[in-house]
Design a protein around this ligand. Structure first.
Ligand SMILES: [Zn+2]
Length: 424
């Protein structure tokens, strides 16, 4: 009897250990379309009224867990999502440390102002009630994703997305065509082998529609989610990448014309989704992959008068925050063979190439506009150089922003374990 009991206890504790350490994933979605519709913002200036919507705006959450490590990755359909809003959601989530919650903006130019951009008189037009409601929806999505956690396996791939998807508006070929995909699949139950979530990481400005056409829209991200979910199942997420100066949707037509409608958003979103699933198709299944998350706070001086003005007058600033410097959460994740670094803004593509090249992984992911979005990030060499860069220089924090970011990001890489299977 005694022997049987101790054997039972042994098996139970073994099962608990296995369950406690195995890789689990869960996902959930919330619609954050304002009702009634609100004016939309594509950047600094007064938001433009919207009279119709084409597609819904979403908060999409993926939670991953292994042993004592639990992380959340969230994408929000908005131009940028400041940390003051992100922190409100973090405070409403129990069971994931705030520094393990990554919140990125898709950068659609057709969603309500989440910065509180001031006009010349210092007045802003952000709907704080709507934004606060969004922070609750985001937290709800994360909390539901935690409840949905189930044993999972992983597929990861990075490859070139082919076809007419993005290009560099300043210089056609200067963009990174690589698309990264992280997919969590159910490991047990009746739906074993089916995707729980598929995350697509790619650099592009979702501004096919833009902010001047009276339309509220997730832009090309809406059709991307729909296509991934109808073909693969599960929840689709989109994390932008190093899309600054000026990697944008390739909606060019003949004779200098552009296609600016939802049909073009659909063409590009579906093509990107199809390419992502094609790239992922041959990826091996990773059983019980490693999960690692680390974070640090990085500080940037604010030199740009425009950015100082926004920081001074926006209602969405942290208590006691001045206008001379800002700080942001920088994350590094290892998810099986994938390594992820976050970027708190819009890094130019050359910065993306450089950082990816020095990451300790064969599957590099950069989550742009994540945990904050402080405008463009140019290297000190690019800053205020070509006339073409006037706008992106003015709307960056300053000359040293990218240098500081690169140093901090690569230090974090040095101090962290490599992703699984990394070969130089
Ligand atoms: Zn932008």
């Amino acid at each position: 009897m005694k022997k049987t009991l101790s054997a039972c206890i042994c098996i139970v504790s073994f099962l608990l250990t296995v369950q406690g350490q195995s890789f689990r994933a869960g996902a959930a979605v919330r619609v954050i379309t304002p009702s009634p519709l609100l004016a939309v913002s594509g950047g600094i200036g007064i938001p433009k009224p919207a009279t119709v919507k084409q597609g819904d705006l979403f908060a999409r959450a993926l939670v991953l867990e292994k042993g004592n490590t639990r992380i959340a990755i969230v994408n929000v359909d908005n131009l940028g999502w400041t940390s003051i809003l992100g922190d409100r959601s973090r405070a409403l989530v129990k069971g994931i440390p705030p520094q393990n919650i990554l919140i990125g903006a898709t950068h659609t130019h057709s969603a309500p102002d989440a910065y509180g951009f001031p006009d010349e008189k210092g007045k802003n037009y952000a709907d704080l009630k709507y934004l606060n409601w969004c922070t609750i929806q985001i937290a709800d999505a994360i909390n539901e994703a935690i409840r949905n956690l189930e044993p999972a396996t992983l597929k990861v791939a990075v490859g070139e997305a082919k076809g007419k998807i993005s290009y560099n508006y300043y210089a056609d070929a200067l963009y990174d065509p690589r698309c990264g995909i992280i997919q969590a699949l159910a490991a047990s139950g009746s739906h074993a082998g089916r995707p729980i979530a598929t995350l697509v990481n790619y650099a592009i400005h979702p501004e096919v529609i833009g902010s001047r056409r009276g339309i509220l829209s997730p832009d090309l991200c809406g059709p991307l989610y729909e296509r991934i979910e109808s073909k693969a199942g599960g929840v689709a997420l989109f994390m932008n990448s190093a899309q600054g100066g000026m990697v944008t949707a390739d909606n060019r037509r003949e004779n200098g014309q552009e296609a600016n409608d939802y049909a073009e958003c659909t063409r590009i979103g579906q093509l990107l989704a199809d390419e992502a699933l094609r790239i992922l198709a041959g990826a091996p299944e990773q059983k019980d992959p490693v999960l690692f998350c680390t974070a640090r706070e990085i500080k940037f001086p604010v030199d740009s008068p425009e950015m100082k003005y926004i920081l001074l007058h926006s209602p969405l600033k942290k208590e006691n925050a001045g206008s001379d410097s800002v700080s942001a959460q920088l994350n590094l994740l290892n998810i099986g063979t994938a390594q992820v670094l976050t970027i708190p803004g819009e890094a130019l593509p050359n910065i993306g190439y450089y950082v990816k090249r020095h990451m300790h992984t064969n599957n590099p992911f950069l989550f742009g506009l994540t945990n904050d979005a402080f405008g463009y990030m140019l290297t000190k060499v690019d800053f205020n150089s070509f006339e073409r860069y006037n706008y992106v220089s003015r709307t960056s924090l300053g000359e040293m922003t990218a240098e500081i970011y690169i140093n901090e990001a690569l230090n974090l890489v040095q101090q962290s374990p490599a992703a699984e299977g990394f070969k130089k």
